[in-house]
Design a protein around this ligand. Structure first.
Ligand code: ADP
Ligand code: MG
Length: 357
């Protein structure tokens, strides 16, 4: 396994056009050996392009890729020691499940003993043990994708396993279980796993580190906690979290406060050096609470609805034309039409030109 270094990579599929468009704008990042990464972003933002550049299916228009200091930019996929799992199954349908799983190992002349051990271990993890002797074509679409996944995971000597939305064809219950299994595999074998998804929930539950992309741009990389608590752009605040981060147009005021409608909200951000006074205040619904005896940072809102969502209630309220969402305790009864909500200054994120200050 290796440390993967993406150095000033960019990519255009039409570089010779008078006006080339970029599927990936220049970026650099390092993937540490043995960790779990998720590449997250809406469809068309460049996730597959990034993954294919790492595996060697696409040569970047500029930049270098290093595996442990070794420049692999011009090496073909076969020479990069990478396993890649695609969105749809890639299997040999006439071979047995066992032979499909064994194939990547046999190609590299692993001993019969290792083949046996690894195939059984992967089949166990993926619930394929009872199908090993069947021809792969007899399995369901779900199970075929499990074989694909197994073929990606069967070698321990790869630099990384790259997975491009691998669980798309798999039903939700099994998905959850498989993500947990992938985590176990990563912990047990210390294989670097890179998982592409457009589903924030998948990314947040799977990865140690998430790379958030938007329109060919890497907008933030960080732990799930960092992305949740300090989104670097309003896009990340909006894209990550359910519901999305509350974002309010506001104006700066003295003492690091911002004014929303006519209410002053204190923040912990230094706003003294700002060039313009138009900002956005971002606050997660998880951090807005019903006010108790706070004197500052309290807003009076009109209750619109309260939904019981199992382990919390989601309060939707209005302050003038603004909509505010707050997650409150299940036990809290909201009986009046008006409530006071408290916004903790240290949880406020202030954005200038959509970027966190
Ligand atoms: N082979 C290709 N030729 C031309 N344009 C492509 C090709 N593959 C992807 N693109 C374009 O590059 C952008 C990024 O695509 P992709 O990396 O597939 O995004 P994602 O995987 O996030 O959905 C999109 O605008 C897509 O249309
Ligand atoms: Mg894709």
């Amino acid at each position: 396994m290796s440390k993967i270094n993406l150095n000033k990579i960019s990519h255009s599929y039409n570089p010779n056009d008078p006006n080339p468009t970029y599927a990936l704008n220049p970026f650099s990042m390092v993937w540490e050996d043995g960790k779990r990464y998720a590449i997250l972003g809406p469809s068309g933002c460049g996730k597959t392009t990034m993954l294919n550049i790492v595996s060697g299916l696409v040569r970047p228009s500029s930049g270098k890729i290093l595996f442990d200091e070794k420049d692999v930019t011009d090496l073909k996929t076969e020479s990069r020691n990478i396993a890649q799992v695609f969105q749809f199954p890639v299997i040999y349908s006439t071979m047995t499940v066992y032979d499909n799983l064994a194939f990547p190992l046999r190609c590299r002349n692993f001993s019969q003993e290792i083949v046996e051990e690894r195939v059984n271990s992967v089949a166990e993890t993926l619930n394929l043990k009872s199908f090993l002797k069947l021809p792969a074509r007899k399995l369901t679409a779900d199970q075929k994708q499990l074989i694909s996944l197994g073929r990606g995971l069967v070698r321990e000597d790869v630099a990384a396993v790259l997975m491009d939305e691998p669980l798309t064809v798999i039903d939700p219950d099994l998905k959850f279980k498989l993500r947990r299994n992938l985590k176990e595999i990563n912990e047990k074998y210390k294989t670097t796993l890179v998982y592409v998804t457009h589903d924030q929930n998948e990314a947040m539950t799977f990865a140690d580190n998430i790379i958030v992309m938007s329109e060919g741009e890497v907008v933030q990389t960080g732990t799930p906690k960092e992305l949740f608590e300090r989104p670097k752009t309003t896009f990340v605040g909006y894209f990550i979290g359910s519901p999305a981060m509350n974002l309010f147009e506001s104006e700066t005021s003295s003492n690091n406060s911002v004014k929303i409608n006519d209410t002053l909200i204190k923040t912990s951000t230094d706003l003294s050096k700002l060039k313009n006074n138009k900002v956005k205040l971002g606050i997660r619904s998880e951090f807005i609470k019903i006010a108790e005896n706070q004197k500052e940072n309290v807003i009076s809102v009109d209750v619109e609805k309260v939904e019981d969502l199992g382990n919390y209630k989601l309060l939707t309220a209005k302050m003038g034309n603004l909509t505010i969402k707050s997650k409150i305790n299940r036990e809290t009864e909201v009986s009046s039409e008006k409530v006071n909500l408290y916004i903790p200054p240290e949880k406020c994120c202030v954005y200038e030109d959509e970027k966190l200050i």
